[in-house]
Design a protein around this ligand. Structure first.
Ligand SMILES: O=C(O)CCC(=O)C(=O)O
Ligand SMILES: [Fe+2]
Length: 354
């Protein structure tokens, strides 16, 4: 077997994705995936796991309205912008069923995935590979499915049957957890409640992503996801036990691993909450390294504003007379800008800076 002649056609139009490419068992990756040396993760830049100052905190959410728990969430959101939550209230079997259904989806025959790709309205279901293959100079070693958490009617009509019930069950539990977490984060910004208007601007359009990173014959040459910050208000991510997610360290030149913790959810602050909090909460860059032997999956919920919501710094944050660092932007403009280019670290937020 050799690399398909028209790689983009094979990956995108024929819906084989990088899973289809990995299944060819090529000894080397196509040159389109080879990252320039400066874009690869140098292992000497990885912070050791035992570093206390620079590790991702694990927070028990059982007593989520306890001030100490809320203080630790606030502290994590203002420092690394990343933390893990245990005892979030979502049963372990719901998480396990979701993971199994993600593998089932990507293992479907290619004709079925092609049909999902061609017959789904993009505002409900989107199957893609890499990140924005037409805008990137180097491809990312990842396939992904995005399920928009919209009306039950559209969900039942369009979410793929192999994963529909599992994804919906997960989202129902996750929705309740996300409201609690947003309440805590807002309270610390002097916002008393998550009223309808705030709900629209913080979680008006949630997207459940399925990320699929097949085992790669030359993992050190590729990127699963390049350095970027999320454009969401928050992202709630379930990862499997393979590992590969890294967060940029305080010095700007090191990377901190987010170790898999069984049953935990990884939370990170996205650009929208950085903007709303006028920079108190940090939307930190992160990236994904792929494995040489095993397929890794991860399932982010991008807790996004509604497309027409106007995002800006919250008046409650500016009560002390502080100047806003960001202008008001319509979320769909921010979203379209993000997807119009390759992953580019923290540059997206410049779009909203004053
Ligand atoms: O796979 C992961 O662990 C993270 C993926 C990610 O950063 C993203 O989808 O935005
Ligand atoms: Fe991300």
């Amino acid at each position: 077997m050799s690399t398909p002649n028209n790689l983009i056609d094979f990956l995108v139009n024929q819906a084989n994705g990088v899973k289809g490419l990995a299944d060819l068992n090529l000894p080397n990756i196509p040159h389109q995936y080879i990252q320039p040396i400066q874009a690869r993760l140098d292992s000497c830049k990885i912070i050791p796991h035992d570093s206390e100052e620079q590790s991702i905190p694990i927070i028990d959410f059982t007593n989520w309205d306890d001030p100490d728990v809320q203080d630790s969430i606030f502290s994590a959101a203002t420092k690394l912008g990343f933390f893990q939550i245990v005892n979030h209230g979502i049963p372990i079997n719901v998480l396990d069923d979701l993971k199994a259904s993600v593998h089932k989806f990507f293992e479907l025959p290619v004709e079925e995935k092609k049909s999902v790709k061609e017959n789904s309205p993009p505002e409900v279901v989107r199957l893609a590979t890499s990140f924005s293959p037409h805008a990137e100079s180097v491809l990312e070693w990842k396939d992904y499915l995005q399920l928009v958490y919209t009306s039950e009617e559209k969900i039942h009509a369009y979410w793929p049957v192999v994963c529909k019930n599992q994804a919906l069950e997960y989202m129902k539990y996750a929705d309740a957890f996300i409201r609690k977490l947003l309440k805590v984060l807002l309270k610390k910004l002097n916002v008393k409640e998550l009223d309808k208007e705030r709900e629209y601007a913080l979680m008006g359009a949630m997207i459940l992503g399925f990320n699929y990173y097949p085992a790669c014959p030359e993992p050190e040459l590729v990127s699963g996801v390049g350095p970027h910050s999320d454009i969401s208000s928050i992202t709630v991510l379930l990862q499997d036990d393979i590992g590969g997610l890294y967060v940029r360290g305080k010095d700007g030149d090191s990377w901190i691993n987010v170790p898999p913790v069984n049953g935990a959810l990884v939370i990170n602050i996205g650009d929208v909450l950085q903007i709303m909090s006028n920079g108190r909460y940090k939307s930190i860059e992160h990236r994904v390294v792929v494995d040489g032997n095993k397929t890794r999956i991860s399932m982010p919920i991008f807790v996004n504003p509604a497309p027409d919501a106007v995002i800006g710094t919250l008046p409650e944050v500016l009560e002390n007379g502080e100047e806003p660092h960001y202008k008001q932007v319509v979320f769909s403009d921010y979203f379209n800008y993000f997807f119009s280019k390759a992953h580019d670290g923290k540059k997206t937020i410049e779009f909203a800076k004053i």
